[in-house]
Design a binder for this molecule. Structure first.
Ligand code: C6P
Length: 411
């Protein structure tokens, strides 16, 4: 795949029909990409094409449409394998998204290995999806959750992580990029240390997938989860990567069709990986359109995406730092294009509404990271997160609108 050297934002924007509209009388500025990004025409068209020409159930029929649908679906498994650089396509399980991928590991791996008194290490900056599934399994098995603290800058305190690791640690589960702070965690180092202690590690790459090149072999990640909808693909689909020996060791997560070899009332045998974890008719259409999203990201190239988003981040920080009362939350050295902040004296919900009145979409609140908000002593933040189709002009309009709102409503 050839990489585009410099990003031509206006050409890219033409691929996203949703961006070409006014909201509340202003051109839409979509800065809620960490929640879910918009979809290029190629992704939308893949859904239309699939349902217009190829739809059938998969792995079941011998007829032409069943073969087309099956081969389209399995083709995307190979694309996802390449996307995260897994060793084999069987190590890719299709799920509904990051949340389901983490629940799958907690239930099918955690429940099998954890014993009373064993420890699971999480961090203070985890999304609820990477906390609650572990709390559920820990409660059932009598395991203990330990938490890596976060500094005032929004970085993990790695010396504390080392102190938490012991022979009791069975699982470490950590995000690659924090959705609330934008911090890019030193996952390579964290994985090495987990392995040294004899633990397995799950990387929540929900926020990393649209920004960074992921290489599970280089990282030596045991499990990695991501969602298609944050990387320009459809909702309702994502992947779990797992090392073959771990996936083979795990029991199925759900029972039903597809995940079996033979079913008799005298006993049932389970299918091989990856099908052992894909019970029932899967989300075929969205998996196929996810393939178009992978293609979109790879066509642009992670280096180009990162360079562009870094420019947007720097420009936005320069502008925001001029605003009186601007209080950034999370100023890690290594950051993705996510800015969380508060404006002294204005509630984040009010600011979110006033920005929306000017066509600017941001997210406000705790961002499903309440323990992190507790740590920072905050109720919530305003979060602006940038994608490949965002432009420097949109940053200007955001900073200008914010200044005007503060003049009008601030203290
Ligand atoms: N974060 C946000 O606005 P799902 O919903 O399964 O696709 O992804 C869950 C999830 C897990 N981990 C991280 C780091 C995430 O950011 C998310 C989703 C969105 O930040 C929606 S709450």
């Amino acid at each position: 795949m050839t990489q585009v050297a410099a990003l031509d934002v206006s050409t890219i924007r033409k691929e996203f029909p949703i961006l070409n509209q006014e909201v509340n009388g202003y051109p839409l500025v979509y800065f809620d990409n960490a929640a879910s990004s918009q979809k290029p025409k190629s992704v939308i068209q893949a859904l239309v094409d699939y349902y217009s020409k190829d739809h059938s159930n998969i792995h079941r029929g011998l007829h032409t449409l069943a073969e087309r649908a099956t081969s389209g679906y399995e083709q995307v498994r190979k694309m996802a394998q390449t996307f995260v650089n897994a060793d084999e396509p069987e190590e890719i399980i299709f799920t509904r998204g990051t949340t389901e991928s983490i629940n799958l590991v907690a239930q099918a791996y955690g429940r099998k290995v954890l014993e009373e008194g064993d420890e699971i290490i999480l961090s203070e900056m985890e999304h609820h999806s990477n906390i609650v599934p572990w709390q559920m399994v820990a409660e059932e098995k009598g395991a203990i959750i330990k938490v890596i603290p976060v500094s005032n800058f929004g970085e993990l305190i790695l010396e504390e992580y080392e102190n938490l690791l012991s022979e009791k640690t069975k699982i470490v589960a950590l995000n690659y990029i924090s959705n609330s702070l934008g911090t890019i965690n030193s996952v390579q180092e964290i994985i090495e240390k987990a392995h040294h202690a004899g633990a397995k590690i799950l990387i929540d790459a929900a926020q990393a997938a649209p920004h960074l090149k992921i290489d599970v072999q280089e990282l030596e990640a045991d499990f990695l989860a991501l969602s298609s909808h944050k990387m320009y693909g459809p909702t309702g689909v994502g992947i779990l990567y797992g090392k073959r020996e771990l996936l083979e060791y795990m029991d199925p997560y759900q029972g039903g069709g597809e995940m079996i070899k033979e079913v008799h009332f005298s006993g049932t045998t389970y299918n091989d990986i990856p099908y052992k974890f894909e019970a029932g008719t899967p989300n075929i259409a969205d998996v196929i359109a996810f393939g178009a999203a992978i293609d979109f990201v790879e066509r642009i190239g992670h280096d180009t995406i990162q360079t562009h988003e870094k420019e947007l981040l720097e420009k936005a920080m320069e502008g925001l730092n001029q605003i009186e009362g601007f209080e950034p939350v999370g100023v890690a050295k290594n950051k993705a294009s996510v800015i969380s902040f508060n404006i002294n004296g204005i509630h984040s919900y009010d600011l979110g509404m006033w920005l929306d009145a000017r066509g600017i979409a941001v997210r406000t609140g705790h961002h499903c990271t309440q323990p992190l908000m507790d740590r920072m002593g905050l109720e919530g933040t305003i979060r602006a997160s940038f994608a490949v189709y965002n432009s420097p002009e949109e940053i200007d309009s955001f900073v200008d609108s914010l200044s005007q709102i503060i003049k009008k409503f601030g203290k």
